[in-house]
Design a protein around this ligand. Structure first.
Ligand code: G3P
Length: 338
């Protein structure tokens, strides 16, 4: 049934590049945007807010139709459809590093001290350096960057010490930065798309995974994995992407509306990041889950593993070598609180 509804959704979307929607005397241009996260999660909220703000700025000229929760297929499928122009926009994270490795540096492990630090970097030079050359290579333009939250472990058994994570079968996104970091930590990383995690937990294929609090709550991971350890090892940064040809054909004033709507929606997400975490912690505890800190030794061990994992980007012999990696790292460091 789920497959059939997805097929219907894809057929509907594929049925026209940009459709206009008759609403009485005026008609709006429909913009379709796909994402991977459920309703209530920051990525989906940003897509909705982007739509509301764009509609308001454009006086109803544009109407955004949001397809969250992998309704239009898994990340790889809807990203490909955005590149082809089947849909106009999508939201995703470092999945885009398969087109240009620098995009993986949006989520460099153990890079940011807190949300404020990352926000300065994403509003500044670090964002520009990561994005350099990406539109030409991918046919997509990244029009903002916003946080889903710092990743924490969710597991069936408690994780506190270094020994607790050794050999643990943890779901990781199928993205080099994640598989590499898991290896550096001595974890048995099990790569799979986000949408497959609940079934993998049910089937006992994995012992847990790592996600921002927002995802742990949105997908109720705590029901199957009630032990949350606040390792905060990677800040998940997602972005809205728009088909480059589509964007470049828009009138200049309309382009400004798109950019302004994207910026405002991202700003709201940054503003709310701490609150989202605090509310999630309450919800997890209210459902019998526990939230605890890793031992100091585990924290240090993961920090060192994180730093070692940076060679994925800095080593000229790596398949994921980023020529301006050191500049990106230096730039991110320069936004640390003085
Ligand atoms: O930005 C990449 C991130 O989205 C991967 O993590 O857990 O959302 O698949 P996940």
């Amino acid at each position: 049934m789920k497959r059939f509804s997805m097929l219907l959704a894809v057929l509907f979307v594929a049925s026209g590049l940009v459709m206009t929607h008759a609403t009485g005397a005026c008609s709006a241009t429909i913009i379709k945007i796909a994402g991977m996260k459920p309703e209530g999660e920051p990525e989906t909220k940003v897509m909705h807010r982007f739509g509301d703000i764009l509609k308001e700025l454009s006086g109803g000229k544009y109407e955004v139709k949001v397809f969250p929760n992998s309704q239009l297929g898994k990340e790889s499928a809807y990203i490909a459809n955005t590149r082809k122009g089947v849909i106009q926009m999508c939201a995703t994270g470092t999945q885009t590093s398969s087109m240009q490795p620098s995009m993986g540096m949006l989520e460099t492990p153990m890079l940011y001290d807190d949300y404020a630090h990352a926000r300065r970097a994403m509003n500044g030079k670090t964002f520009e350096l990561i994005n350099q050359g990406f539109p030409e290579k991918s046919g997509l333009i990244m029009i903002n960057a916003f946080p889903l939250g710092f990743r924490n472990f969710y597991t069936k058994k408690e994780v506190h010490s270094i020994d607790d994570i050794k050999g643990l079968r943890m779901r990781v996104p199928n993205i080099p930065l994640y598989t590499n970091f898991a290896k550096e930590c001595g974890i048995s990383g099990q790569p799979m798309p986000f949408a497959e995690v609940p079934a993998a937990l049910d089937q006992g294929i994995i012992d847990g995974g790592d996600s921002p609090f927002s995802d742990i709550v949105a997908d109720k991971m705590y029901e199957k994995c009630p032990k949350i350890t606040t390792t905060r090892h990677i800040l998940v940064i997602h972005a809205l992407y728009i088909n480059k040809d589509f964007f470049e054909k828009l009138p200049a004033e309309d382009q400004k509306w798109f950019m302004e709507a994207a910026k405002k929606a991202a700003d709201e997400c940054w503003d709310n990041a701490e609150k989202v975490d605090a509310e999630a912690i309450k919800e997890i505890k209210a459902h019998g889950g526990t939230v605890s800190e890793p031992s100091e030794a585990l924290h240090k061990y993961m920090q060192e593993a994180g730093k070692r994992s940076w060679t994925l980007f800095t080593d000229p012999n790596s398949k994921n070598f980023v020529p301006n990696a050191q500049e990106i790292l230096d730039s991110a460091a320069s936004y640390r609180a003085k």
